[in-house]
Design a protein around this ligand. Structure first.
Ligand SMILES: [Zn+2]
Length: 894
């Protein structure tokens, strides 16, 4: 799976951790005799799943599904052939969440069963020895929340589109079966569907025939695969076709957005990824065909269903994409394709292995793009901006956790789709490849995939192969990096002779520290970058003089310095971002940054702005000083750097709005942010990406009456930005801003736009525009809808409303709703599912930047933290963030 922008998860118990493994025989014996009672719950317990993996084996499914466009529910039948463990004494349970079971037959005879809400249960004594066949007739409602078998109906055309989405434990929301990754099974699928529909699964259909006014699609038997990647998508999707070598490629999207799809781009990115992975893994793509579908209401970025990957519709924009957006698109295609080998061909035994699955796909996608794409020079810089920052942020939260840890149940697995699982995992794999040598790493990976094809693995299986080809003992490395949480900081210390111009570097030391909660110090290989100021030109500038690879460990690592190495003015201790580390610049280097920031190359500048921003968050630099520096030292010559700046400006803006005690506070800084974006927009090259980014940033920064009038003029066409494509999504972004600040023309312009843009997205944006207005009645109305038991909107829409209902500048509403938002948590927990709760917790928790806010959130955290891991995690982070804002404000008012 691929998480969107601010993503999210994780873990295991391998033999590495516990030393010697018990002999296989003994383990099985013990499990067979142990009776594990199954809880009635929407999640699956690891302990139970482990027992069932011993109880049930050699599974194959014959699944028949009856689909139509009119009903809210579908019917189906599944035949399950399996072998039961000898002398089995435990009931057999078949996972099936919230469906209807009309009949169960065992070995061709009707059989008694119990079906509560989450699984079907049969007594052990009804089974034959060993081989058994179950046949279950069932019904289930289509999903509206994106999991199970999701049904979408387009508001414009009425057409219905279905897709499946299962990870980690949602396949049982579609059909009854054993829903766990280590019960791999083959699937024989047959689907009855409306005549104008496409039906897409893991393999191409073997036949399509007419049957009672519909079409019967039958598919060949699949190889043994885990349930969470089994796909079933259907609907009147439009299709495009191409090839990669001998592999047929197809792309699907709903007809209503087909005009915006650029199939050549999809296929080119896909083919480049195929070429790279076929070589890198030394295994030709093993699953015959490869389909990609763009689907509506999707909860994450994309999902690696076998040979039928689903993507969020954000990858089909309604305007012209920037290079960065095209990069993100290529990157997610690559990530999902990497999973076909790593995850789909070789699968984790249990969800503790999720991190390796996700980290690996993440690392591989950036690696592929750095080697075989049009983005070779951008790839690792964007890895730093995206994955690294996500990882560093998550690793500094109070809820951080080791990369590898036990996962008690699938609900915990769900919360582990986080910055540790994706960002930190990928960062340490990048470090590992550098540490053992990239070619050694590749050989280890290829060997691992060949050795364990079509089976399940644990972490030690992977580490052993990498260690073997790297010819290194990785036991210590694994302990430090995978089993311990936390982010270390390094700082360099150096001394030179007295006379700066001639005296060479004499001493050089790397000092490593760790946060008190996570005291582990680590070993890693990094590159030191040395820089000097060039005084010869009219304007001073700074340039790089040397790169020095070095392995450091422990508290202090002294370097042996070559003779006559010039005294540096600036040292960056993680030059090509090989290390996973926070950097505290030494005093001399920090001074050089403040003086020469604008003259660094753009890749280094991005990192230095990030360093300064970290200083703001850690309360070492006042936020006002950062904005002042932006005003004087900003250089807009690299879209990736400008995009990173834009993110920080949005955060800075929200901090200022939250910190305001009265109308006049921080108006200087808020105006500065608006003015900087306007100034940079004016000087950006016409029609270029930098212009697009600054325009979008400007819309987000505007709050002055003059600025708001200008936005209204863009909408009516009275003013234009030369060369900028003012597309439909930009129009809505402008409208949301106007509504947020109650511009006098906001309501009429929104009504007009709503009539013009009748697409699904248009209807959703018009709701957001309305909900964002600072009007007590509107707020009350939308808040009621969000917390209502029967949801009026599909989750995709509710989620957008949650994020936009209380913008930071409407702090009075935020404050007045704080208690209601918190008090409703237990009720929502009872009435809604985990997907809804994670949307509510990530979108609604109030940030008001006061001590009272800290107190209210802390009380809620104590009171409700025990409900679920999701609720616990979001509340703890909210307390920490609220306290940070309070502290940042104190620093400003000193
Ligand atoms: Zn993934």
């Amino acid at each position: 799976m691929h998480k969107l922008s601010r993503f999210t998860w994780l873990l295991l118990v391998s033999s590495l951790l516990f030393g010697c493994q018990q002999p296989q025989q003994e383990v099985k014996q013990e499990i067979k005799q142990k009776f594990v009672e199954r809880k009635s719950a929407a999640y699956l317990e690891q302990e139970y799943a482990a027992m069932r993996a011993e109880q049930i084996r050699d599974v194959s499914y014959q699944l028949t599904m009856n689909l139509d466009e009119k009903s809210d529910a579908y019917s189906g039948e599944i035949i399950i052939d399996f072998t039961l463990a000898k002398e089995n004494l435990s009931p057999v349970t078949i996972d099936f969440n919230s469906g209807k079971v009309s009949a169960v037959y065992l070995n061709n005879q009707a059989v008694n069963f119990i079906y509560e809400q989450y699984f079907i249960q049969l007594a052990p004594e009804v089974f034959k020895q060993q081989k058994n066949t179950l046949r279950i007739e069932f019904e289930h409602a289509y999903s509206r929340a994106g999991d199970g078998l999701h049904r979408y109906q387009d508001p414009q055309t009425g057409k219905v589109y279905l897709y499946s989405n299962f990870e980690p434990y949602n396949a049982n929301k579609m059909f009854p079966h054993f829903d766990q990754p280590n019960i791999k099974a083959s699937y024989l699928l047959s689907v009855l569907a409306p005549v104008d529909w496409q039906v897409i699964s893991a393999q191409r259909e073997s036949s399509v025939s007419e049957e009672s006014g519909k079409k019967r699609w039958t598919f060949p038997i699949t190889p043994k695969i885990p349930s969470y990647i089994f796909p079933l998508h259907a609907g009147p999707y439009k299709v495009w076709e191409d090839k990669s070598g001998s592999v047929p490629l197809r792309l699907f999207a709903r007809q209503e957005i087909a005009q915006y799809v650029q199939p050549e781009e999809w296929f080119t990115f896909t083919q480049q990824s195929f070429d790279f992975f076929n070589q890198y893994f030394e295994i030709e793509y093993p699953f015959g065909k490869y389909d990609q579908l763009v689907v509506p209401d999707f909860n994450s970025g994309a999902m690696e269903n076998l040979g039928a990957v689903t993507f969020n519709e954000i990858y089909v924009g309604r305007g012209v994409k920037t290079r960065l957006e095209r990069f993100r698109h290529a990157n997610v295609i690559s990530h999902e394709l990497a999973h076909m080998w790593f995850g789909n061909l070789v699968t984790m035994d249990w969800w503790n292995g999720l991190w390796l699955n996700e980290s690996f796909a993440t690392y591989m996608s950036y690696l592929q793009m750095s080697k075989n794409s049009e983005f070779t020079d951008d790839s690792w810089g964007l890895f730093y901006n995206n994955m690294k920052q996500w990882a560093y942020t998550t690793d500094q939260q109070v809820t951080t956790h080791p990369i590898e840890l036990p996962v008690a149940n699938t609900a915990e697995a769900f919360t582990n789709f986080d910055g540790i699982t994706y960002g930190k995992g990928a960062s340490v794999l990048k470090q590992l490849a550098y540490y053992v040598g990239e070619e050694n790493f590749r050989k280890g990976v290829a060997s691992y995939l060949k050795k364990y094809s079509y089976s399940n693995t644990e972490l030690s299986d992977f580490m052993n192969e990498v260690a073997l080809f790297g010819n290194l003992d990785l036991t210590g490395w694994t302990q430090e990096w995978l089993y311990q949480a936390g982010l270390n900081t390094i700082q360099v210390e150096f001394a030179c002779g007295d006379n700066h111009d001639v005296a060479p570097l004499s001493e050089f030391l790397i000092e490593q520290s760790a946060p008190a909660d996570h005291p582990t110090l680590r070993t890693q290989k990094i590159e030191l970058g040395f820089y000097q100021v060039d005084n010869s030109a009219n304007q001073q500038s700074i340039y790089q003089t040397a790169t020095l690879p070095v392995v450091y460990s422990g508290k202090k690592t002294a370097l042996v310095i070559e003779k006559n190495m010039a005294c540096p003015d600036f040292v960056y201790p993680n030059l090509n971002d090989m290390g996973y580390i926070k950097i505290a610049l030494d005093k001399k280097s920090l001074n050089s940054v403040k003086q020469h920031l604008a003259t660094f190359d753009s890749a280094m500048r991005t990192k230095l702005w990030q360093n300064l921003w970290d200083d703001v968050l850690d309360q070492r630099m006042p936020l006002t000083e950062y904005v002042q520096l932006l005003d004087t030292a900003l250089v807009s010559d690299d879209p990736a750097d400008v995009a990173a700046t834009s993110v920080k400006m949005r955060l800075a803006r929200d901090y200022f709005w939250q910190m305001r005690d009265d109308k006049n506070q921080f108006t200087k800084e808020l105006s500065q942010l608006e003015n900087i974006s306007w100034r940079e927009l004016q000087s950006a090259q016409t029609g270029g990406d930098i212009q697009k980014i600054w325009f979008d940033t400007y819309v987000q920064m505007v709050y002055s009456p003059a600025g708001l009038n200008r936005l209204a003029d863009y909408l009516t066409g009275k003013q234009k930005v030369q060369g900028l494509v003012y597309d439909q999504d930009r129009r809505w972004a402008t409208l949301i801003r106007l509504n947020n600040f109650q511009h006098k023309a906001a309501v009429s312009l929104t009504d007009k736009e709503k009539k013009k843009d009748t697409s699904d997205m248009g209807q959703q944006w018009s709701l957001i525009s309305e909900s964002t207005r600072p009007d007590a009645k509107i707020k009350a109305n939308y808040f009621e809808k969000i917390i209502a038991k029967n949801q009026e909107y599909k989750l995709a829409t509710s989620r957008l409303i949650m994020v936009n209902l209380f913008p930071a500048n409407q702090i009075t509403f935020r404050k007045s709703y704080t208690q209601s938002i918190l008090l409703n948590i237990p009720m929502l927990h009872r009435e809604q599912d985990e997907r809804f709760m994670s949307s509510y917790m990530s979108g609604m928790l109030p940030r008001i930047c006061t001590q009272e806010g800290v107190n209210q959130l802390s009380a809620a955290s104590k009171e409700y933290g025990s409900l679920t891991p999701v609720i616990d995690r979001y509340l703890k982070i909210a307390v920490q963030e609220e306290q940070r804002c309070v502290n940042m404000k104190k620093l400003l008012l000193k």
